[in-house]
Design a protein around this ligand. Structure first.
Ligand code: PFF
Length: 461
């Protein structure tokens, strides 16, 4: 059953939409994932490749998602079904991917709250042994992780669900209008603090130095995969968000602004973390513990580090909550509009299911190095599940979703229709329309296919 779209919310203002979509894009991906990748893939050279990927592929796919959503004013599945009913599965794939990502995103989001409190109340315990603090409190290496798997993820999920249950303008838009500017201010403040530390200039140089010898196929693959995750593409989230826009909105400039803001945040985060890491001489490493365990070493060794730490986790929390709400909105909009379910009940139901899966994710994290499906330790049986979820979404489902969306918009629905919608039937100028059509039909699909295969066979980091 397809419910009518009459009672759908709408963003109340142009700025509200931009900040909400930027809020979706700016998340754990920018602040925690990006600096680690920039560091390990060659610093300055990686930044150049990343920016090129955003300009040529990221903006292309984002505008592709925007036109589908705004044209139909429907959730991801409804939008594609309306344009061609044989391809509704394309939207379904995105909603499924979002749901799986959200299961673990809410867990990690919960950890940011634990760390805000941790730095306020017991920073010396964190500094004494950052890795044990992380493992014992969040992952439950030595006991069942009540805080890391249940209490803090529940608080985070409750906040996400509460915001979503209030609808688009009252929930998402209001939150983003407050949190996004705050996030920018915090980030810029922390970046300046970090870049002015004694010894930080080596990190700044590393991030600015273009060394072509560090460019290899892997750097391209990592950059493209990171760009999709960071720009919230491939899950139909941007289709859903654009469905709340009116015909007056200029999708082309919105795409440019959102990609620009997201990339700025990633770069600022890079210049916040890497110089601090160089200044303290700590090996940044990459992986789950980076934002939680490794950074404690940085905060411990810089003047005013604890304040720096508290602000950092606030920042991470804001970024995470504005992203998690966008993913939940994708799933909820689908169930409300396609299955005729009631909004608040849907939010509760979806939250319960994703919370249960999320708990299993965290339980399995403490034992990442152990191969097998289940592991028994001190009387508790843990599933090895988390790795699989991330592998499935980051390397396969997300790029597949982006591929299906570009092929659908470029070939099935067609670039003429897409350009008409992008320009609101010619109302807005779009000098680069032929280039966009070429990128959408040819370049983006080929690049994504390469990513999917390379991710599977080369072992993308
Ligand atoms: N873009 C978010 C981040 O960088 O953390 C994650 C994300 C949100 C991915 C929404 C996909 C999505 F649809």
């Amino acid at each position: 059953m397809t419910a009518s779209t009459e009672n759908r919310g709408q963003f109340g203002s142009k700025l509200g939409f931009i900040l909400s979509a930027a809020g979706s894009a700016v998340g754990l991906g920018n602040i925690w994932k990006f600096p680690g990748k920039a560091y390990s893939c060659g610093g300055g050279a990686f930044l150049v490749i990343y920016i090129l990927m955003v300009i040529f592929i990221g903006t292309t796919v984002m505008l592709g998602e925007f036109v589908l959503g705004r044209k139909t004013q429907k959730n991801a599945i409804g939008a594609i079904r309306e344009l061609n009913s044989k391809f509704a599965w394309v939207g379904g794939l995105g909603v499924l991917t979002g749901f799986i990502i959200l299961c673990y995103y809410c867990q990690v989001g919960g950890w940011t709250i634990k760390y805000i409190i941790g730095y306020i109340t017991e920073s010396s315990t964190i500094y004494a042994d950052p890795m044990s603090y992380f493992l014992n409190n969040l992952l439950g290496a030595d006991r069942f992780p009540v805080q890391g798997a249940i209490i803090f993820p529940l608080i985070f999920l409750f906040l996400t669900a509460f915001i979503i249950s209030r609808g688009v303008a009252e929930g998402i838009e209001k939150m983003s209008k407050i949190l996004m500017p705050l996030l920018f201010i915090l980030l810029i403040g922390l970046m300046i603090r970090s870049c002015t530390l004694p010894g930080a200039d080596a990190g700044v140089k590393y991030m600015l130095h273009f060394d072509p010898s560090t460019i290899d196929a892997n750097a391209f693959l990592v950059a493209l995969g990171q760009a999709f995750f960071s720009l919230s593409l491939g899950m139909g989230v941007m289709i859903t968000y654009a469905s709340y826009l009116s015909k007056d909105d200029n999708l082309i400039t919105n795409t440019g602004i959102i990609c620009f803001l997201d990339t700025c945040v990633a770069l600022f985060a890079g210049f916040m973390i890497i110089p601090a890491v160089f200044a303290t001489g700590i090996d940044p490493g990459i992986g789950g513990g980076f934002a939680f365990a490794t950074l404690a070493g940085v905060f411990m060794s810089i003047p005013g580090g604890t304040i720096f730490g508290i602000l950092f986790y606030f920042l991470l929390f804001f970024a995470a909550v504005t992203s998690s709400t966008s993913i939940l909105e994708g799933t909820v909009a689908f169930l409300v509009e396609e299955k005729g379910m009631e909004r608040k009940k849907t939010v509760v139901m979806v939250s319960i299911v994703l919370f249960i899966i999320g708990v299993i994710y965290t339980l399995s994290q403490a034992h990442m190095s152990i191969k097998g499906i289940w592991i028994s330790r001190e009387g508790i049986t843990y599933p090895i599940f988390g790795d699989f979820m991330e592998y499935l979404t980051d390397r396969l489902l997300l790029p597949l979703g982006a591929l299906a969306t570009t092929v659908f918009a470029g070939w099935i629905w067609g670039t003429d229709n897409a350009i008409k919608e992008a320009t609101t039937d010619g109302k807005y100028k779009f000098a680069l329309a032929p280039l966009w059509a070429f990128l959408l039909k040819i370049v983006a699909p080929i690049a994504i296919i390469i990513i999917i295969f390379a991710g599977m066979f080369l072992g993308m980091s």
